[in-house]
Write a protein that binds this ligand. Structure first.
Ligand code: DC
Length: 230
């Protein structure tokens, strides 16, 4: 069967990566976490002192952007981890500090242009499930299947809170909720490629859906779209 590209966009902590990973596994496609790429750039900027809580040294970041090599390699759990210049940074980029920094570097036009270029390259042979904020609108405007996921901020904060707890972290729910709201605001109000549903995306509010339920729904959508495409 001819492979397609699948774009999954939506707010932070909406279950995009869970759905994208599940779909990729079920279909034998490659999963690409575009948000992890923004997080990798943010981590590099933080480590080099080019950004702090209030400022970003855009000139320095622009000058060194080409040094930031990002790759995805399979891990022992059957998923994949992100590498920054050969170092596995999968765990480090999941902190709230890096999440906030990623949300800020993702507002910069030159960062977006470079990462979009790399993402398009990764999808050129199709067979990719990519999740993010601008996949259906900018990265793969021709993706055959586009899904826009939503869920209430409270439900998303609870999911992120549970996930962090299960990893042994000790966040406060209110802090996680305000972080979700802050990122929603920034993601939808930035000048460069703000988060929005592509006109031809199918919207799914998964507030009351199980992980299996949303995967079944997405596989149904995939089957409908690829029918007659064999
Ligand atoms: O999906 P995530 O939380 O890992 O994404 C980290 C940040 O990067 C988030 O604030 C939004 C931004 N992002 C983006 O602007 N475009 C993408 N395609 C993916 C993520």
């Amino acid at each position: 069967m001819k492979k397609i590209n699948i774009a999954i966009d939506g707010y932070s902590s909406c279950g995009k990566s869970t759905l994208a990973k599940g779909l990729a596994k079920a279909l034998g496609y490659t999963y690409i976490d575009s948000g992890a790429m923004y997080r990798a750039v943010a981590l590099y900027a933080l480590r080099n002192g080019w950004m702090n809580e209030t400022n970003i040294d855009e000139e320095a970041l622009k000058k060194h952007l080409h040094e930031i090599h990002i790759s995805f390699e399979p891990n022992s759990q059957g998923g994949q981890d992100i590498y920054l210049n050969g170092e596995n940074i999968e765990k480090e980029i999941r902190s709230l500090e890096v999440a906030n920094a990623a949300s800020r570097v993702s507002t910069l036009k030159f960062v977006r242009e470079e990462l979009v270029r790399r993402q398009q390259q990764m999808g050129k042979d199709k067979g990719v499930v990519m999740d993010g904020r601008d996949i259906g609108t900018v990265v793969f405007p021709d993706a055959e299947l586009k899904i826009f996921l939503t869920a209430s901020p409270e439900i998303r904060a609870q999911r992120r809170f549970d996930e962090m707890k299960s990893k042994g972290e000790n966040p406060s729910y209110d802090e996680v909720l305000s972080n979700v709201r802050e990122r929603d605001y920034r993601d939808t109000n930035r000048a460069e490629s703000p988060l929005r549903k592509a006109d031809d995306a199918i919207e799914l509010d998964n507030s009351n859906l199980s992980i299996e339920g949303q995967l079944r729904w997405a596989i149904d959508m995939f089957n409908k779209i690829t029918k007659g495409n064999e």
